[in-house]
Design a protein around this ligand. Structure first.
Ligand code: SAH
Length: 240
């Protein structure tokens, strides 16, 4: 399978980051004449390596393919500890998420004052970019700034769901919400932290137009709940 990179085209010249050039030449051991895909502005360009030193690419053709979900999915997930956060970012990207919003809720273990997003942002962005390349997407999901519960109304969507552990049971509520999704709708999924939601938070969400949904009869970890929602949505949206 051809390697894909997100790059830029400036004045007709294709530009990759130094890291990507190193990856291409050192890790993938590509040579002059080999082909790679460079994504720029949601377009996939089939490119040929014209020289390795200096690294020069030429565009062979545009590639038209469909790897994005038809609907925009925004995942609002409470900040999770360490590797769990990395896992959600990577896997949600593979599953087609459009935007990830990090939320600080009452029971979030990572508290706002000791969670330094600035220190993590670069690593998070790298995870999103690499997962988007690997899964052949044309978009790197946006990573939204941290929000607190009272800023929930800032996130706009057409069908909005909050997965609430106290509502666990059959999945009728989740299926009902999914069936409301129309062409072009933005879907928002809100998942709580390791410690679950406070009732007051769920009420705030309901007042902002969220539907409470159940993800089945077992209590899932926050990272499993995120990927469960993403998987079921992707399966439904790609049914045709
Ligand atoms: N510690 C809590 C569970 C938190 S699970 C407890 O023991 O009750 C973390 C998050 O995953 C929840 O806030 C919710 O958003 C989601 N979740 C997990 N299982 C769920 C289920 N069966 N139905 C709906 N949401 C669920």
């Amino acid at each position: 399978m051809r390697q894909r990179y997100f790059g830029a085209i400036v004045g007709g010249k294709i530009i990759l980051s130094t890291d990507d050039v190193n990856h291409c030449l050192r890790v993938m051991r590509m040579k002059k004449g080999d082909e790679i895909e460079v994504v720029y502005k949601n377009e996939v360009n089939l490119c040929r390596i014209e020289s390795t030193k200096p690294f020069n690419l030429s565009i062979v053709s545009k590639i038209n393919e469909k790897h994005e979900l038809a609907n925009k999915i925004i995942l609002i997930v409470a900040v999770l500890k360490g590797e769990k956060m990395d896992l959600v970012l990577q896997k949600a990207t593979e599953l087609g998420v459009d935007e990830i919003v990090l939320l600080i809720s009452k029971r979030t273990i990572q508290k706002l004052n000791n969670f330094r997003l600035d220190n993590k942002l670069e690593r998070y962005r790298k995870i999103l970019k690499e997962a988007a390349e690997q899964s052949k997407r044309v978009k790197i999901p946006n990573l939204h700034q941290l929000i607190t519960f009272d800023q929930l109304a800032k996130i706009k969507g057409d069908v909005k769901m909050i997965a609430y552990e106290e509502a666990s049971g059959n999945t009728a509520s989740f299926i009902k919400a999914i069936k409301q999704i129309n062409n072009g709708d933005t879907v928002v999924c809100l998942i709580g932290p390791e410690g679950g939601f406070e009732e007051e938070e769920v009420n705030t969400a309901i007042n902002s137009g969220y539907q409470v949904v159940s993800l089945g009869r077992r209590i899932l970890r926050a990272e499993t709940a995120s990927l469960y929602m993403m998987s079921v949505l992707a399966c439904y949206l790609e049914r045709k």
